[in-house]
Design a protein around this ligand. Structure first.
Ligand code: NAD
Length: 496
C-alpha cells in the first residue's frame, strides 16, 4: 500500500476535507505507485487562505533581512538534500538524474539569491521639485500569493515563484501540478524545517480545475503566479482580469534554433540534440523547430538523424539513459497525434515517429526521438506546441527568411542562432521576437539570476528570475514628506 501524503495548512500536515486521494505514479514504470496525495476541494483552499492571511500579518512585518536568513537556511537544506530530492523527482517526473539535479540546483541558486535580496529590496529617494520636501518610493508586501505550477520543473519553477514572494514579505499558497506532488511535499518540509513561520506557507494538492480554480477565484488572494499551458493561462487570465488581480503568466513556447551556413556545425549538432530531446522535449524552452540554411540543410539533417537515432531511452534513474519517458499517457498520445498531423500535412518522418518497441520499456510512456523533415511555415507541427521529443526541420535561403520564420508564431519564449558571423548574430539578437535569445547555444539553459519569460502568447509582460521578479511580488508605495511648514503645490509653486 502506498503512503497517503497530506496538505500543509494552518501549520499542520492535514488530510483533505473530502478524505479523497489521487495516485502519483512513475512515468517510466506505471506500475510503480509513489504515493497517494490529497484530492483537495474548495474547503481546504478556504482554510489555507484564512491561515495564510494570519501568516501574512506577521511575516509582512518581519524585517526583510530576517526573512532572507530563513531563505538562506532553506538553500542550505536544499544543498544537503539535493541528491535525495533529485532521485525522488526523477521517479515521479521521469527526466534523467543529471537534469533533476540541475532542477534542484536552480532552487538552491534561487534561494541564495532571494536570501541576499532580503538585504537589498532597494527603494529610491528622489529629489522633490519643491524645497524642504522629500520624495521616496519603497516596496511593500502585497498579501497572499497563489502559486500554480506545471509538472516539468517540479523544484525550479515553484522556487522561482515562492522564494521572491517570501523575500518580499508575502504569504504563499502553493498548488503544484498533479503529476509531481512528491517534490512539492519535500520542498515544503524544508521550508518548515528552516524556520519559516508555519502559517506563511500552505501546500494544497489537487486538480487544477478545482484547487487552482478556487485559488484564482478567491477574493482574498490578490496575487496569482501561473506557469503552464497557454490554454490554462487564458482561463486564469480571464478570471484574474474580472477580479482585478495581479497576475504573472508564463506559458507555452515554439522555440526555434537557426543554423547558418557559416556555423560551427559540430557545436550546433550537440546543441540541437540537447535542446530538442533533453527533458524528452518537455521544456517550455525546448528546441522544437530547427531552421537550417539551405547550403547545410541536407548534411546537417542527416547528422541530426544519425545522432537522434543513437540516443538511449530508458528510466531516468539509470545512469546510461539519455532520454526518459513522457509524463503520462495523454502526453504520449498528443505526440503521436502531432506526428500524424505532420505527415498528413506533408512532412516526413526522418527518424523516430514511434514508441520504442522495447519490452523493457513497455510499462512507461516512452517515445523515440523524432525528426520531421520537409516542414513548411504554417504547418501545425511548425506552429503548435507539441511538448515532446519532436523536432520540426525547415529550410531557408537566408537570415532574413530565418528570422521571419522564427517570428511567425503566436509564441515568443526562446530562440537561438548558430553563426560565426558577428553581423548575423547581432541582427538576430535585435530581430528575433522572443524573451530570450541564445547565440551559439541551444534554446534552453536559463540561469536563475537573470530574468526569464517570453513575449506574445508566452507571457503577459512579467518576468521570473533575477531582479525583475521582485517587482511582481511587491507593491511600490510613494511617500512625500513636506517639512516646509506651509502648503506647497506641486507643478504650481515650483520656482522655474
Ligand atoms: P497545465 O496548464 O496543464 O497545468 C499547469 C498547472 O495549472 C497545474 O498545476 C494544473 O493543475 C493547473 N491548472 C489546470 N487547470 C487549471 C484551472 N482551470 N485553474 C487553475 N489552475 C489550473 O500545464 P502542464 O502540462 O503542467 O505544463 C506544461 C505547459 O507549461 C507547457 O505548455 C509549457 O510550455 C508550459 N511551461 C511554461 C514555462 C514558462 O516559463 N513559460 C515553464 C514551464 C512550462
Amino acid at each position: 500500500m502506498a503512503d497517503n501524503f497530506k496538505n500543509f495548512i494552518a501549520g499542520e500536515w492535514v488530510a483533505p476535507a473530502s478524505g479523497a486521494y489521487f495516485e502519483n505514479r512513475n512515468p517510466a514504470d506505471w506500475n510503480d505507485v509513489i504515493g497517494c496525495f490529497p484530492r483537495s476541494g474548495p474547503d481546504d483552499v478556504a482554510r489555507a487562505i484564512a491561515s495564510a492571511k494570519r501568516g501574512f500579518a506577521a511575516w509582512s512585518r518581519t524585517p526583510a533581512p530576517i526573512r532572507g536568513q530563513v531563505l538562506q537556511r532553506v538553500g542550505e537544506l536544499l544543498v544537503l538534500r539535493k541528491e535525495a530530492i533529485a532521485q525522488a523527482m526523477t521517479r515521479e517526473m521521469g527526466k534523467v538524474l543529471a537534469e533533476t539535479r540541475g532542477d534542484v540546483q536552480e532552487g538552491i541558486d534561487t534561494a541564495f539569491y532571494a536570501a541576499s535580496e532580503g538585504r537589498r529590496l532597494f527603494g529610491r529617494v528622489v529629489p522633490s521639485e519643491l524645497r524642504n520636501k522629500w520624495a521616496m518610493a519603497y516596496r511593500r508586501p502585497i498579501g497572499v500569493a497563489g502559486l500554480i505550477t506545471p509538472f516539468n520543473f517540479p523544484m525550479a519553477i515553484p522556487t522561482w515563484k515562492m522564494f521572491p514572494a517570501l523575500a518580499c514579505g508575502n504569504a504563499v499558497i502553493f498548488k503544484p501540478a498533479e503529476d509531481v506532488p512528491h517534490t512539492a511535499h519535500l520542498l515544503v518540509e524544508i521550508l518548515v524545517e528552516a524556520g519559516l513561520p508555519p502559517e506563511v506557507i500552505q501546500l494544497v494538492h489537487g486538480q487544477g480545475s478545482v484547487v487552482g480554480r478556487a485559488l484564482v477565484e478567491h477574493p482574498d488572494v490578490p496575487v496569482i503566479s501561473f506557469t503552464g499551458s497557454t490554454e490554462t493561462g487564458a482561463v486564469i487570465g480571464a478570471a484574474c482580469g474580472r477580479l482585478h488581480k495581479r497576475l504573472s503568466l508564463e506559458m507555452g513556447g515554439k522555440n526555434a534554433m537557426i543554423v547558418m551556413e557559416d556555423a560551427d556545425l559540430d557545436l550546433a549538432l550537440d546543441g540541437v540534440l540537447w535542446g530538442a530531446f533533453g527533458t524528452t522535449g518537455q521544456r517550455c524552452t525546448a528546441t522544437s523547430r530547427l531552421i537550417l540554411h539551405e547550403k547545410i540543410h541536407d548534411t546537417f539533417l542527416r547528422s541530426v538523424c544519425d545522432r537522434a537515432g543513437q540516443l538511449r531511452l530508458g528510466p531516468g534513474l539509470d545512469p546510461k539513459t539519455e532520454v526518459g519517458p513522457l509524463i503520462h499517457e495523454e502526453a504520449r498520445k498528443k505526440v503521436e497525434y502531432y506526428v500524424g498531423v505532420g505527415k498528413e500535412q506533408g512532412a516526413s518522418v526522418a527518424i523516430g515517429g514511434a514508441e520504442p518497441g522495447d519490452k523493457a520499456l513497455a510499462a512507461g510512456w516512452f517515445y523515440r526521438p523524432t525528426v520531421l523533415a520537409g516542414v513548411q511555415p504554417g504547418m501545425r507541427v511548425e506552429q503548435e506546441e507539441i511538448f515532446g521529443p519532436v523536432l520540426s526541420v525547415l529550410k531557408v535561403s537566408d537570415l532574413a527568411e530565418a528570422i521571419r520564420v522564427n517570428n511567425d508564431v503566436h509564441y515568443g519564449l526562446s530562440s537561438s542562432i548558430y553563426t560565426r558571423n558577428v553581423n548575423s548574430a547581432f541582427r538576430a539578437m535585435e530581430d528575433l521576437d522572443t524573451g530570450i535569445t541564445y547565440v551559439n547555444a541551444p534554446t534552453i539553459g536559463a540561469e536563475a539570476h537573470l530574468p526569464f519569460g517570453g513575449v506574445k502568447q508566452t507571457g503577459n509582460g512579467h518576468r521570473e528570475g533575477g531582479w525583475a521578479v521582485y517587482d511582481f511580488y511587491s507593491e511600490i508605495k510613494v511617500v512625500y514628506v513636506d517639512y516646509s511648514g506651509k502648503l506647497q503645490r506641486a507643478q504650481i509653486d515650483t520656482e522655474a
